[in-house]
Structures are given as C-alpha cells and as structure tokens.
Write a protein that binds this ligand. Structure first.
Ligand SMILES: C[S@@+](CC[C@H](N)C(=O)[O-])C[C@H]1O[C@@H](n2cnc3c(N)ncnc32)[C@H](O)[C@@H]1O
Length: 294
C-alpha cells in the first residue's frame, strides 16, 4: 500500500524496495538495514524537490530515462573524502611502493606509471597521489605518469576537474605542499596545472566492466564497503586482472579482502594493509609470497 507522507507524496515500501533494487542492480551500491533510513529520506527528498506526487511515477521515469535515474543516484552517493585521507596509506605508497616501482622500471623506455583511482569522488585522492609522486619520486619529470580517476557521480567529477578545494578537505595538506602545488583563488585553493595534467577524470560505473588497460597501482578506497559481497568479489577480481604483476591494490581501512579467493599477497605495514599481485615466478613458488619475501 502507498502511504501518503507528511510532505504530500505517496510512496509504498514496495516502491522503495524496487528503487533500491534498481540502484543496486545498476551500480552495486547496497542499502542494507544500517542505511535504510538514509535511503528512504533521500528518495523522499528527491520526490519533493522534483515535485512528484507518487513513488510509482519516479520508478517509471527512472526506468525510462537515464536522466531521472542519474539525478536520484547523485542524491544517494556518499562522497566524503579529503586530501591524504589515510596518512599511513600515503606513507606506505611513498616509502615502499614508489621506491619499488622506481627500481623495477628505471631502465624502461618510456618509463610509464599507470595508476587508477577508482571511486575518486571530488578528486582529492588522485591529486594526493600526484602530489606524493611529484614530491618523492626521483626524477619525477622523466616519468610518464598517467592517473585515471573515475567515479559514477558526475557532479563530483565536475568539482574534481575544477580542482578548487577549501576547509577540511585540504586540512592535511602541508604549508609546503600548498605553496608548491596550489594557487589561491577566490573560493579556496586550486591545484596547479602541473598536477592537473597528470590526472584524467572520466565517468565510470564499477558495476559495468570497461577496459582501462594495464595498471601498476589501483586505489579503491571506501567504495567497496557500499557493495554487496558478490559484487565486491567481482570488482576485486577485475582489479587483480587489471594490475601488472607486482602491482598494488590500496583499499580503505575497513575493507578486507582476506577471505576472497583472489591471489593477492597481503602486506601489513604499520597502520595499513597493501595488496600486491604476485609475479608469475612468485605464483610458482608460493612459499615466497606467504613469507612476504616476494
Ligand atoms: C566515500 S567516497 C570515497 C572517495 C575516495 N576514494 C576516498 O577514499 O576518500 C565513495 C565514492 O565511490 C563512488 N561510487 C560508488 N559506487 C560506485 C560505482 N558503482 N562506480 C563508481 N564509483 C562509485 C561514489 O560516487 C563516491 O564518490
């Protein structure tokens, strides 16, 4: 039964559940019991803003048009992020991963580094990656660094392309980094062109596989927590297939893949876990991988 809500629209539990299933089917984002309230509040807000009277009308127009579907999706995305969100991750990236890649690729010509920030939100993560590279990779200018930053949220990507940040978002950026990599503008600090040239932003839904080429590193932090178990497995397997042997996957703090059947080598460093794809040789000698000597 549809229930007339205080703000004047009709929305039944069944319609809510249909909308929830549609979003999960298309994006992998799961609204379980803990996010039930957030979900229904946002759907009701959407109905009110769009001046729609019935949940059934919303469902119909979401099925018919991508515009309506994307407009509701934007309201349902959790896009919290900031520069250097987990300092331990960026420390591991700087101290362990970049030196390793430096040695591995030093004699390669061209010396290319391909990195994917999957679920980049408003861009703080990929720009933090490029700042770390510029500040710590020896001869950074002699590398051809390509950072692909993707997200399903188009508004967030627009913000990312503008590259203007302020407040809490940049509170972990040091004074020196602010001076070197940002220029003050009216409404905050804008990343400098050198940084922006390293990053390409593109809309991409992780639930619809798209070929992105081989990657040396993949950052997918605080995205998989919103996915169902099944979808999480599929995405992690795809990351494994996309990584070069010896490449690394960086996940968020609360995201563990230790129970998944993928063959990543988990490396525990201070306050974070890195997932490394073993090389073909290492896969033939599993004892090296298990002992973390690979
Ligand atoms: C909490 S933010 C994380 C941002 C950044 N990675 C970090 O850790 O600070 C999660 C991001 O994942 C994106 N996202 C959620 N589902 C997605 C999907 N199916 N495909 C691509 N991006 C998705 C959201 O739009 C959001 O920007």
């Amino acid at each position: 039964m549809s229930e007339r809500h205080g703000s004047g629209h009709w929305l039944s539990e069944h319609e809510l559940s249909e909308i929830r299933m549609l979003i999960e089917e298309r994006t992998g984002i799961c609204f379980d019991e803990s996010r039930e309230r957030f979900f229904s509040t946002r759907v009701r807000e959407h109905l009110r803003v769009k001046g729609m009277e019935r949940g059934a009308d919303l469902l119909r127009s979401m099925r018919k048009s991508n515009v309506e579907y994307e407009s509701l999706l934007e309201r349902l995305l959790t896009q919290e992020t900031s520069f250097f969100r987990y300092p331990a991750v960026f420390e591991a990236f700087e101290r362990r991963v970049l030196p390793e890649l430096h040695v591995k690729k030093f004699w390669k010509n061209p010396r290319t580094l391909r990195i994917w920030s999957a679920g980049c939100s408003t861009g703080e993560e990929p720009y933090s990656i490029s700042i770390t590279i510029l500040d710590s990779l020896s001869f950074a200018d002699s590398w051809n660094v390509e950072i692909l930053a993707t997200d399903v949220g188009r508004q967030a990507l627009k913000h990312a392309e503008g590259g203007i940040y302020s407040g809490r978002s940049i509170s972990s950026v040091s004074e020196k980094q602010l001076t070197n990599h940002f220029a003050p503008v009216n409404n905050g600090q804008q990343v400098k062109p050198r940084l922006r040239k390293m990053v390409s932003f593109a809309p991409m839904n992780l639930a619809s596989p798209v070929y992105v080429g081989r990657m040396d590193l993949i950052f997918c932090m605080n995205v998989l927590i919103y996915f169902s178990e099944e979808r999480r497995h599929a995405v992690v397997q795809r990351f494994y297939d996309t990584l070069e042997p010896g490449g690394y996957l960086f996940l968020g703090h609360s995201e563990s893949i230790s129970k998944m059947p993928v063959k990543f080598q988990a490396i525990v460093l201070n306050d974070c876990i890195l997932y490394r794809k073993p090389t073909a040789d290492e896969l033939l000698k599993p004892e090296l991988v298990a002992e973390g000597r690979a």
